[in-house]
Write a protein that binds this ligand. Structure first.
Ligand SMILES: Nc1nc(=O)c2c([nH]1)NC[C@@H]1CN(c3ccc(C(=O)N[C@@H](CCC(=O)O)C(=O)O)cc3)CN21
Ligand SMILES: CC(C)C(=O)C(=O)O
Ligand SMILES: [Mg+2]
Length: 292
């Protein structure tokens, strides 16, 4: 593959996102975890590409997102950043690299910009993260917030549970959303909350909400690319909010099984897949190795 082919669409900036929001045009966001998945998301016209820490589960085979290391996230961010020419890029700060103090969050965010080569960072949490968000944005690094279901805190939440199902629960999410908006987030992910709650919270905010499992009343949508392209074995559990638009697993299986069968039967490689050499050279080579 090598260098990324040009994407004719013009570069998406924070200004572009603001104007999409003003025009009430949904903001499209897709995760990517490496060069090819970044390339396809960018060429498909995504407004934003997120290097989500969900890559721990879908690309690295880990049980949950809390295991992925900062250095691993940076490696994946760099590969996606090399592919994405148009979409606005975001890197997900992994658990443990920003919660200790605002200074820790800023130091990690700077590594994402300098080494990960993304254009903004995402971090999970509500009002308690406001000072950290303020610190990072003040240093000139745009921050995408994330409230509702925050998978990095799954042990405290009792698993991957829908959030904000009660009056008080919904109120807590709204207060958190307002706090991180005031701290300077350019937008925020709203994950796994009832659609009506997500729509009402979105109406109370001046920055866009990017929903996942939050219905159609948010300012945009995000899905995990491997989920929506069907790049996983049959039988795997999928959250209710995922719509599978493709069957990448099935296509890859078909191709690899056909290769297996053709190698076993001698059909592959055929003449057209081989390199010729001059007859005289082959004859001379045969003579040269005769006595060996
Ligand atoms: N592959 C993948 N896709 C994702 O969307 C995703 C990840 N990984 N990893 C991190 C988080 C975890 N996510 C999840 C995972 C499961 C549910 C889930 O099981 N939801 C239940 C509802 C549970 C309840 O009733 O509270 C469901 O039935 O959809 C939700 C979000 C979303 N994120
Ligand atoms: C699903 C999005 C919001 C995410 O945080 C991730 O992919 O890690
Ligand atoms: Mg994440």
């Amino acid at each position: 593959m090598g260098a990324a082919p040009p994407n004719p669409r013009k570069k998406v900036t924070l200004g572009t996102l603001r104007s999409l929001h003003r025009r009430r045009e949904p903001i499209t966001v897709m995760t990517a975890h490496d060069f090819p998945s970044g390339l396809v998301a960018d060429h498909a016209g995504m407004d934003m590409v997120l290097v989500g820490d969900s890559l721990a589960m879908v690309a690295l085979g880990m049980e949950d997102t809390s295991e992925v290391l900062l250095e691993e996230m940076l490696l994946h961010c760099r590969s996606v950043a090399r592919a994405v020419k148009s979409a606005f890029t975001v890197g997900d700060l992994p658990m443990g690299t920003y919660e200790i103090a605002p200074e820790q969050g800023l130091a990690t965010a700077i590594r994402f910009i300098k080494e990960g080569r993304v254009q903004s960072v995402k971090l999970e949490g509500g009002r308690e993260m406001a000072p950290t968000i303020r610190k990072i944005t003040t240093a000139g690094i745009p921050v995408l917030g994330h409230v509702g279901l925050t998978p990095q805190r799954q042990n405290a939440l009792g698993g991957f549970r829908v959030q904000g199902k009660t009056r008080d629960g919904a109120m807590r999410i709204l207060e958190d959303a307002l706090a991180i908006q005031d701290a300077g987030c350019y937008a925020m992910v709203l994950e796994a909350v009832p659609a009506d709650v997500a729509a009402l919270i979105t109406e109370k905010l001046s920055v866009p909400t990017i929903g996942i499992g939050a219905g159609a009343g948010t300012s945009g949508q995000v899905l995990v690319q491997t989920d929506m392209t069907g790049n996983f074995p049959p039988g795997r559990f999928l959250p209710k909010f995922v719509k599978q638009y493709g069957n990448v697993w099935g296509e890859a299986m078909r191709a690899i099984e056909a290769y297996r069968d053709e190698v076993k039967s001698g059909q592959y490689p055929a003449q057209e897949h081989t390199y010729p050499a001059a007859k005289e050279e082959i004859e001379a080579f045969k003579q040269a190795i005769k006595g060996l």
